[in-house]
Design a protein around this ligand. Structure first.
Ligand SMILES: C[S@@+](CC[C@H](N)C(=O)[O-])C[C@H]1O[C@@H](n2cnc3c(N)ncnc32)[C@H](O)[C@@H]1O
Length: 287
């Protein structure tokens, strides 16, 4: 069957769940992943044909899409900060907001100058933050922690695929009292969604993405931030920076927390959707 004809059928088959634009973007993501063909390649080869076997494979993907499994898990890959990452159900699918956090760190370092930095990413998941930083900050030594051995397995594969060195450590950060090393930058996108916010979360996220990566108790939503900020006061070098991705509803509480822990030059930033989404804080006079 000609790919162009199949494309029309594909979009129709999922029209109850996805609008035509989204379905078309899925079609092209699959085409690129499975056939190494970009949108322009299909336009230039309008008679390109899928074999019977290929149609069967496409139909299997279609069935998974109908079950609302995220396309990234179906294909097993996604893109983050211009790099390719493997993903599976043990890791959160990297989000565009997190790219903005990485961008912030890199821009700050461009101003300040890169120099043999030690960087730690806490709750690394797919490794997206750690690996993007290692790729873009020359002479840095990057460490990354996660409690999930399954997530760390994927993160290690991603570091290898992107040809960077990251030291991965399996640790429960809530049970860690000292990081036993000093860092210039600590960054974290920890779990921050409260149970009371569950109704705002899309069904395909709730049903497929790891709850370990997403949720915290309503009565202690900042548990990870408090612990990480405490560790940072011990394990950041002088003028070291702590960057967080945060719950959009807890910006003010985050500023207060960082202030109370003795951080300075605290900044709260919005993401492209105009939600309070990230903080930066500096630890001065730390001896
Ligand atoms: C919101 S996800 C962030 C993943 C990735 N850094 C990203 O930005 O896409 C939070 C991560 O924290 C990890 N995590 C949850 N509890 C943890 C704990 N107690 N200690 C260390 N990591 C933990 C989860 O396994 C998950 O990978």
């Amino acid at each position: 069957m000609r790919a162009k004809i199949y494309k029309v059928q594909f979009i129709e088959a999922v029209q109850d769940i996805y609008d035509a634009m989204e379905a078309e973007s899925f079609f092209h993501l699959i085409l690129e992943e499975k056939h190494k063909m970009k949108r322009i390649d299909l336009a230039l080869n309008p008679d390109f044909v899928f074999s019977e076997k290929e149609i069967q494979e496409w139909n299997l993907i279609l069935e998974e899409l109908k079950k609302e499994i995220p396309i990234q898990y179906i294909l097993g890959t996604t893109e983050f900060f211009g790099l390719k990452f493997k993903v599976n159900e043990n890791v959160l699918i990297p989000r565009p907001e997190t790219e903005e956090l990485v961008e912030w760190i890199i821009q700050d370092l461009k101003i300040q100058g890169f120099k043999d930095l030690k960087i730690l990413d806490i709750g690394t998941g797919s490794g997206c933050i750690a690996i993007s930083l290692a790729k873009n900050i020359s002479n840095s030594k990057v460490y990354a922690i996660d409690v999930s051995p399954e997530a760390l397995k994927i993160a290690k594969e991603n570091a290898e695929m992107n040809q960077v060195e990251v030291v991965f450590l399996e640790k429960n950060i809530l049970e860690t009292n000292d990081l036993e090393m000093h860092f210039d930058i600590i960054v974290s996108n920890p779990p921050y969604v409260r149970n009371l916010e569950k109704q705002e979360i899309k069904k395909n996220v709730l049903d497929n993405e790891p709850h370990l990566a997403l949720f915290v108790e309503d009565d202690d939503a900042l548990i990870f931030y408090r612990k990480i900020a405490e560790l940072a006061t011990k394990n950041l070098n002088e003028d070291g920076r702590l960057y967080f991705e945060i719950n959009q509803y807890l910006g003010e509480e985050m500023i207060e927390l960082l202030h109370n822990k003795g951080f300075q030059d605290i900044e709260l930033r919005k993401d492209i959707y105009e939600n309070d989404r990230m903080t930066k804080a500096v630890l001065k006079n730390n001896h």
